[in-house]
Design a protein around this ligand. Structure first.
Ligand code: 13P
Length: 256
């Protein structure tokens, strides 16, 4: 059975001190044990303060929002996988649609980032998703398959075990217009079919696929009730303690 995963992507929000105060409070609101894995992905500048605030035995794990594929060198402004690993990161979000649209990231660069993450023991959370225009012209499956192929092709079966995929339709991000459970399930099936065809049915079955895009305490239950949806990648709703804690406890109570 796949362990459910709830990831809070804070995007460019919270200073280091705000972030530390936030997780300190959040930790108090979570049950002592849960069947769900919880991850927060603060900005780079807050990773150290969040790690210190969580302490060594926290059930909340640390993730980053991006990395650069080289280990070190003359790459002004970039942060590498070994740097993130050294700060205690376990996960890294890669290929987010904001990185693709605002910063010109493409599948070949995302592929290099995935390889760098895997080399240094970070679990990539690869984001894929169609635009509204692609959905409305019936190109959702093609868009998803192309992104998956471009960023994952050539990875060994063992590498696939560490990879989480997040289906984030671009039109649902930050819009308050989440995909319906049916739309999300259909996309997750497409992703699993790609994994089965490219690697094996066993890899497709074991892969954790999250949904992201306007997830709230109100819609999380319906989304997680499908056995195709293994968790959520959350933006806006993870910036408030109440809504993050509620989402975590709903996911925990469903035992997905
Ligand atoms: P929202 O939950 O704010 O729609 O953001 C989703 C997202 O982009 C998470 O990576």
């Amino acid at each position: 059975m796949r362990t459910a995963l709830i990831v809070g992507n804070w995007k460019m929000n919270k200073t280091a001190s705000e972030a530390a105060a936030f997780v300190h409070e959040l930790a108090k609101r979570l049950p002592a044990s849960s069947s769900v894995e919880l991850v927060v992905a603060p900005p780079f500048t807050a990773l150290e303060s969040v790690r210190a605030a969580l302490g060594p035995s926290s059930p909340i794990q640390l993730g980053a929002q991006n990395l650069f594929w080289e280990d070190h060198g003359a790459y002004t402004g970039e942060v590498s996988a070994p740097m993130l690993r050294d700060l205690g990161c376990r996960y890294v979000i890669l290929g987010h649609s904001e990185r693709r649209t605002l910063f010109g990231e493409q599948d070949d660069g995302i592929h290099k980032k995935i390889r760098a993450a895997l080399t240094h023991g970070l679990r990539p959370i690869l984001c894929v998703g169609e635009s509204l225009a692609q959905r409305e012209s019936g190109k959702t499956d093609g868009a998803l398959t192309q992104q998956l192929k471009g960023s994952l092709a050539g990875l060994a079966p063992q590498a696939m075990a560490a990879i989480v995929i997040a289906y984030e339709p671009v039109w649902a991000i930050g819009t308050g217009r989440a995909a319906t459970t049916e739309q999300a399930v259909a996309a997750h099936r497409t992703i699993r079919e790609f994994l089965a065809g490219t690697w094996s049915p066993a890899i497709a079955k074991a892969a954790r696929i999250l949904y992201g895009g306007s997830v709230t305490p109100q819609n999380i239950e319906s989304l997680l009730q499908s056995d195709q949806i293994d968790g959520a990648l959350i933006g806006g709703a993870c910036l408030q303690i109440d809504s993050f804690a509620t989402i975590a406890s709903v996911a925990g109570s469903l035992g997905v």
